[in-house]
Each structure stands twice: as structure tokens, then as C-alpha cells.
Design a protein around this ligand. Sequence first.
Ligand code: HEC
Ligand code: HEC
Length: 290
Amino acid sequence: MVTIKKNRLGLMGGAAVAALAFAGTAMADIGDNESLVVNGEIEMVIETDPPEHLQGVFDRIYSGWVFRSDETQAMQADDFENPGMIFADQAREAFDTVMGSEGNSCATCHENPESLADVRSTYPVWDEEHGTVQTVELQVNECMTERMGAEPYGYDSQEMRNMSALISSVGRGRIINVAMDGPAQETWEQGREIYYTRYGLLELSCANCHEQNYGNNIRADHLSQGQINAFPAYRLRNAQLNSVHGRFRGCIRDTRAETFAVGSPEFVALELYVATRGNGLTVEGPSIRN
Ligand code: HEC
Ligand code: HEC
């Protein structure tokens, strides 16, 4: 049974306290789901010990799935109930379609999407050739522009979210193991700094909500730890797939701040850092969220 300890309160900035009510709720409503097994076969790790760099910060890390309602949770347990899978299937067609001047489809070089099953659990990752950290989206566009002679997908376009959902879906159940050391370390540190920076009129950092107040309610929402293991996420609210950077943008906007652009170096760094906060959970995308 999943039980979540009550969190520390009272670390918020003055503006935030005035503007937002974090309601401490009984943790009981998180308690009745023991496990997530998708299609009766893919076993997810929905809670586990925190990675080393978060020891002392969290007792346990949790997938965002834990914080959702029973109905929303159930939708993610069965691909026939999961609208996100429709989009992954659309990308399956794109995967086999010749694009660009070189006469290649993705399948020319990657055989099938399943051959990319290890990607989601290890990305973002340092790319030796380009000397930068690559997200899945940047890697897909690299293949399109440098290996297919094709126009890149928009970073947050429908096609890209579909492809990202496909690449996640074939990696479901794998343990997230994103590297933060070696050449990626500088970018990781930049991401951590962004995570703890207070933004906007409300002067809130990611940590103020997702580290200090997970398990509490904010407005009508049950706050999770803000993990990205389950992305892209099909949101019932906007009835579409939502990318990691799209979600970051929404969260920063909610603090009434200017936000970074999708695909920006800042969001790539933030994604790398947030991904490593989920090391030990499993790949769940495409997930269902409200
Ligand atoms: C002409 C061959 C070619 C085509 C076509 C191609 N790729 Fe790639 N792809 C590669 C090579 C080579 C790599 C490894 C390069 C690297 O690590 O930077 C790669 C790497 C990748 C990776 C990362 C794999 C990993 O293990 O890190 C993904 C994801 C990917 N490609 C997706 C796609 C998608 C989606 C398409 C179609 C839109 C595509 N590729 C088309 C050759 C190709
Ligand atoms: C004012 C509080 C607040 C702040 C600040 C905030 N978020 Fe969120 N965030 C939310 C709420 C509410 C949700 C929806 C409920 C949930 O999943 O936690 C959410 C959801 C998320 C999710 C989706 C989790 C899932 O499993 O679907 C991610 C990822 C996330 N936030 C990351 C961030 C990052 C990174 C930052 C800092 C740039 C940030 N958030 C700042 C309130 C906040």
C-alpha cells in the first residue's frame, strides 16, 4: 500500500502564501492502489527509494500516477483505454514513411520502433558528436535533418509528440537511468539551478511545489513530485499529448513568469535534471493525466 508522509510546509515566499492555498489533505486517497501493471504485463515501479542525489530530500520518490484519481489511473493500465496510444500508433506509420531527399524512412536504419526501446529510459543524454545534451526530440530532428535530408519536426509539434509517445511506449517498464556525471554534469547543474530558482510574481520554484508540497492540494489539483518518467502525457483537460517542455512551460506560466522556449538550452538542462530525479522509476509514457 502506498502511503505518503505529510510534507513540510511554511517554506514558501510571502507572495506565494498570499496567492495560493496549499491544502494539506489526508494522504488516504493515495492509499488504495498498490501497483500499476499495464495490459496485465508491463510492471511499473510507481514508488521507490530516491536516487543518491536526492537522499535527505525525499524518503521515497513517486510516479505522478500515484496522485491521480482511480479513474485516471485505470485508463493508463490498458492501452485500449489510453488515448495516448492512438497517437503512438500514428507515429508508427510515420516511422515507416519515406521523408526527405535521401529516400529514407526511420525504418531504413532503425528497423522498427522496438529497436529504440532503451532510448526513453536513458535520455536526455550527452551527445559526443555534437558536444551537447540531447533530448529525444533533438535526437529525432538530428536524424531527420542530418540523415534523411528532411525538414525537422517542430519541437512541440503534433508529429513530434506522437513520435515521442511511440519511443516512450516501446520502452515502458524500463527503469529510468539517466546519467548526470561526466560531460553532462555541467548541464545537469544548470538544470538543478533552474529547478531551485523562484520565478514570477508568485516567487515560486519547482521545488516549492513539487518537493515541499507534493501530496498537498493546490487549487483543485493534487500535487505530485513533478516527475517526467510518464511523458508524453495525454491530458484529459486539453485532450492531447503534452510534452515535457510543454508541461514545464505551463508550470512556469502558473507562477506568472516569463517562460523559456520549448527546446531551449534552459529547458534541455531542466529536463536532464528532472529526469535524474526519477532515476529508479519506470518509463510510463504515454500516460494519462488530468
Ligand atoms: C540513415 C540512417 C538513419 C535514419 C533514416 C534515421 N536514423 Fe535515427 N539514428 C541513426 C544513427 C546512426 C543513430 C546513432 C547516432 C547518435 O547516437 O548520435 C541514430 C540514433 C537515433 C536515436 C537515438 C538512439 C539511441 O540509442 O540513443 C533515435 C531515438 C532515433 N535515431 C530516431 C530516429 C527516428 C524517429 C527516425 C525517423 C524520423 C530516424 N531516427 C531516422 C541513423 C538513422
Ligand atoms: C505553483 C505550483 C507549481 C510550480 C511552481 C511548478 N509546478 Fe509543476 N505542477 C503543478 C501542478 C498543480 C501540476 C499538476 C499536478 C501534478 O502532477 O503535480 C504540476 C505538474 C507537473 C508535472 C507533471 C507530472 C506528471 O506526472 O504528470 C511536471 C513534470 C512538473 N509539474 C514539473 C515542474 C517543474 C520542472 C517546475 C519548475 C519549472 C514546476 N513544475 C513548477 C504545480 C507547480
